[in-house]
Design a protein around this ligand. Structure first.
Ligand SMILES: CC(C)(COP(=O)(O)OP(=O)(O)OC[C@H]1O[C@@H](n2cnc3c(N)ncnc32)[C@H](O)[C@@H]1OP(=O)(O)O)[C@@H](O)C(=O)NCCC(=O)NCCS
Length: 212
């Protein structure tokens, strides 16, 4: 596995790695630090890509912590790092894995950029967000909105959020190849604001919370 992106501030650490089939061997080096249940849960995934993505998450976490770390999941699927005092978030896309550790709130998402995003923009973007898209940069910009909403969804960690109404991104202009913008989780009468950052890494869009 190779590190292709890393950034940090005093509260957050973010890393993106690329992996291949050798991740299965790298994962083997960790298994005596993990519980038998965790190892079985990961090894029992029949889908090769999915299994390798899970393994890559654990290997990249080991890279950031210097040890394996103990991860459990809440009833909504949110990962909880039981061994260290950090909020944690994972994302995978093809051969990339992204991991974020935060003393505050972690939320990260990586996606490949494709024109297929055009078919679903109305399902997750509201009108002011859609109005900020320009034809020349439509796919990349719309993917950043998608990643932002997924990262905020993971930060919240529960399932009842409607992307168009409860996860709001302050409309922003796309500037290559990195930038900062704002997003909020709006529920009932409460609104929680977050700063987000993005990076374009080849054909991949990466968005993560930034709790500086
Ligand atoms: C759960 C979800 C966010 C995962 O995103 P994804 O793009 O499919 O996959 P990613 O690789 O980016 O993320 C997977 C990671 O999300 C994390 N995750 C799953 N559920 C989570 C939750 N409720 N809270 C926080 N993190 C969660 C897990 O850590 C998982 O990785 P792991 O299994 O290796 O630990 C996504 O499947 C989802 O349900 N999104 C909401 C769907 C929705 O409401 N869409 C409406 C708009 S059309």
């Amino acid at each position: 596995m190779n590190l292709i992106f890393k950034t940090a501030n005093p509260n957050d650490t973010i890393a993106v790695c690329i992996f291949d089939e050798t991740i299965e061997n790298e994962f083997l080096n960790l298994i005596n630090q993990l519980s038998p249940e965790e190892v079985n849960d990961i090894r029992n995934f029949k889908n090769e890509n999915f299994r390798r993505q899970k393994m890559a998450g654990r290997v990249s976490l080991n890279y950031l912590l210097g040890e394996a770390g103990k991860v459990e999941y809440n009833e909504h699927g949110k990962p909880l790092l039981k061994s260290h005092p950090f909020d944690i978030s994972f994302s995978h896309a093809k051969d990339k894995v992204a991991v974020m550790l935060s003393k505050e709130t972690a939320g990260i998402d990586i996606q490949d950029i494709t024109p297929r995003i055009r078919k679903i923009v109305h399902k997750y973007m509201n009108q002011p967000e859609l109005d900020s898209l320009k034809e020349e940069t439509y796919d990349i910009h719309a993917t950043l909105y998608w990643c932002a909403k997924e990262a905020l969804y993971k930060a919240y960690g529960e399932r009842q959020l409607i992307f168009t109404d409860n996860i709001i991104v302050e409309p922003f202009s796309f500037i290559p190849d990195s930038g900062t913008f704002k997003g909020s989780i709006v529920l009932n009468n409460s609104k929680k604001d977050f700063v987000l950052k993005y990076e374009i890494i080849g054909i991949f869009a990466l968005v993560y919370l930034w709790n500086e």
